[in-house]
Design a protein around this ligand. Structure first.
Ligand SMILES: [Zn+2]
Length: 420
């Protein structure tokens, strides 16, 4: 943008930031997390403080601040807030339909304290992809200033009407720290994600680099910060790619079968027994966020996009109880265990997937999985799920599934089909 026009937005951002800072402070002090209440109590005052600013900026700043206060107060309750007050570090200006409008595909007009300003825009590929797939632009938007390039970056939202179908079958997903077991058409696929390994690997690499740089440049030096930031960006990008690819794959399979996706209901804190061995609480939190929460969130979001219903079930003991006999499975050293009643062998993730299915069918996660027990041929033999070694999941390495478009590409794996 021309220097003069850009200055208007720098002023605008300054005012917006001040407003948000005041509002956040007020909201946190008074325990306010609702936009409506914050607006009711502060609108008049702020309006008179910034009479030159279009009034809708006060509305959007209230929304922005309420959201910040809400997440800060939640963190504080969990004991995870590091400071007494939230810091308003990076600001993107929230816009509503009064504050901006698209003028064709070439420019955007924005209301500012100096009147309306027209900004010419450059669309990216992503934008066009959404438009082509029938998404419509929503009225909410955010804008961020890029001072180095002297440009504005618009963050736009898209909307689409998607209707959920009534599920005919279920696809169950058991999320683990380094893999995801998915039960589709009676086959348990084990998609390796290596998410905890990625997290731990980057953590130790960062630590090593920090120590080395601190020795040479002193703690918190600029070169160290630059290297660490780049490493952090790489880590985020890699994890994001893993999550989105796998989520897309699973959700597409579910949509094709008109199935609902069954997920474990996760707790809020990383108390998950799978990662108890990680002693450092910060690291445990990070692994939990990436491997469990992040993966679930990616599936949820993709499911929304495709109109696939998601069902949550109680995750307790899903891998400890035999899906056929309801008896305890006794595990040895690896992920294999033996049913204490039937004597058959189970892979932990296969048992978990079937138990999730039972709970989804049972509705309440209760004790009567009779419907699936009726489906599973129990003939008293030692191997209940077919004569082959079919209690084994079909492991698929990340490098393999990341290249596919659909599960049909795996004829080799089809041979290991589980007969239910
Ligand atoms: Zn059993």
């Amino acid at each position: 943008m021309p220097r003069r026009a850009f200055r208007i937005f720098v002023e605008l951002e300054g005012m917006y930031r001040n407003i948000v800072e005041q509002l956040v402070l007020y909201a946190v002090n008074n325990g306010i997390t609702k936009f409506t209440r914050l607006k009711a109590e502060k609108y008049r005052e702020l309006r008179s403080l910034y009479p030159q600013l279009p009034s809708h900026y006060i509305y959007t700043a209230c929304q922005d601040a309420a959201e910040r206060a809400h997440s800060f107060l939640r963190l504080k309750k969990m004991g995870r807030a590091r400071k007494a007050y939230p810091e308003v570090r990076s600001v993107s200006i929230w816009l509503d339909d009064h504050l901006w409008r698209a003028e064709g595909l070439t420019s955007i007009s924005m209301a500012t304290h100096r009147g309306r300003v027209r900004v010419s825009i450059e669309l990216n590929k992503h934008f066009l992809r959404y438009v082509n797939r029938g998404w419509r632009l929503a009225s909410e938007a955010r804008v961020k200033l890029d001072r180095r390039e002297r440009r504005l970056i618009f963050y736009l939202a898209f909307r689409k009407e998607v209707s959920e179908y009534r599920p005919k079958v279920y696809v169950t997903v058991d999320v683990n720290e380094d893999a995801e077991a998915v039960l589709i058409d009676g086959v348990v696929y084990l998609f390796e994600t290596d998410l905890s390994r990625v997290t731990l690997g980057y953590y130790y690499r960062r630590k090593r680099i920090q120590e080395r740089y601190d020795k040479v440049y002193g703690p918190g030096s600029r070169p160290a910060r630059r290297v660490l930031r780049r490493l952090g960006n790489n880590e985020r990008a890699l994890k994001k790619e893993i999550r989105w690819k796998l989520a897309t794959l699973i959700v597409r399979q579910a949509a094709r079968r008109q199935a609902a996706i069954v997920l474990e209901r996760l707790g809020k804190e990383p108390a998950n027994h799978m990662i108890e061995r990680i002693k450092n609480p910060q690291l445990r939190h990070r692994v939990f966020q990436a491997a469990f929460k992040g993966m679930q969130r990616a599936i949820e979001e993709k499911a929304r996009e495709y109109g696939v219903p998601v069902i949550y079930v109680d995750p307790r003991n899903t891998s400890k109880v035999c899906p056929i006999h309801g008896a305890e499975i006794v595990y040895g050293k690896d992920r294999h265990g033996v049913c204490s009643k039937g004597g058959e062998t189970w892979h932990r993730d296969v048992a978990a997937c079937y138990n999730l299915l039972l709970r989804a069918l049972g509705g309440d996660g209760g004790s009567a999985p009779s419907r699936v027990r009726a489906l599973v041929a129990v003939d008293g033999g030692p191997v209940p799920l077919g004569p082959t070694a079919a209690h084994e999941p079909t492991p698929i390495a990340r490098g393999a599934w990341a290249r596919w478009r659909s599960l049909g590409a795996t004829s080799k794996h089809k041979q290991m089909r589980m007969s239910v």
